[in-house]
Write a protein that binds this ligand. Sequence first.
Ligand code: SF4
Length: 313
Amino acid sequence: MDKLYTFGKYLKHKYNKKIKKVPISIPGFTCPNIDGTVARGGCVFCENESFSPNFQKEKFTLNLKSKENPLLQKQLNALKLQFFNTVELYKRIYASEKFIVYFQSFTNTYAPFETLKTLYDTALTFPDVIGLSIGTRTDSITDETLNYLKELSKDYEIWVEYGIQSSNDETLKRINRGHDFQNVKDTIKKTKDLGLNVCGHLIFGLPGETQDDMIKSVNDTIELNIDSIKFHPLYVTDNTLLAIDYKKGTFIPISEKDYIDTLIKAIKMLPQNVSIQRMTAGTANLLAPEWCRDKSKQMSHIHKALVNAGIKL
Ligand code: SF4
């Protein structure tokens, strides 16, 4: 890629409207590596109910085999409330015109099909919604759900976002991911064969990884024919397994210099049609590294590095 192709540019070109993704967190959703199905505790960097005493958790959580869903009304209320509050803000701040409902937190296909269908159908009835983006894991999406998303994609902008993180199986074990890269390959192939849009998420700075490992993950991810990508530095927040390693000194976070260097190499490798949805991440609720606290500063450093590398913005 020699000209930065962001997801914003993709949407602008396709719809010629100001479009924003509206993040939604549905109560009662969890992950199979939290609830004991494939592991417990979740990914080592994830702040979830396993380690966070203040985490707002439901006593009841869903999985693919749940026979009933006593939380459905609560979930629908949360969806509606979060959507309308965020949209009001986005219209005021960004003058946004259309919206994609982004099911972001936890594994948003890890529930019985009827629940998912109700949530997705409801989101698509909201005003000015042009589609859905569904964040999930490659081991937690059924053929029934994929086929339904394929049906929806005839009329709406539908994206499936898969956490890939790394293509190195040793790393995936180390971070307690609960699936291997073969599972990622198989599910993304199935999703792409149905004609659905796929966004892959990668993390740079995972425990034990060299830059060669990170670049290999980028290469392996490109080979999956993804349509879009998110890059993320690994930072440490409290109440995670990673925080324990960080405090013991057995995990050292990636430096900003190494992160940006890897990111620029990765962007250069991308085919021109793969849009970029995220180049970094920051949080105020941070233990380390300090450079991840201020996202706007990071973005300005990244833009400078892109220009120096000859990538047009
Ligand atoms: S899959 Fe996502 S939400 Fe689930 S434990 Fe890992 S990081 Fe957390």
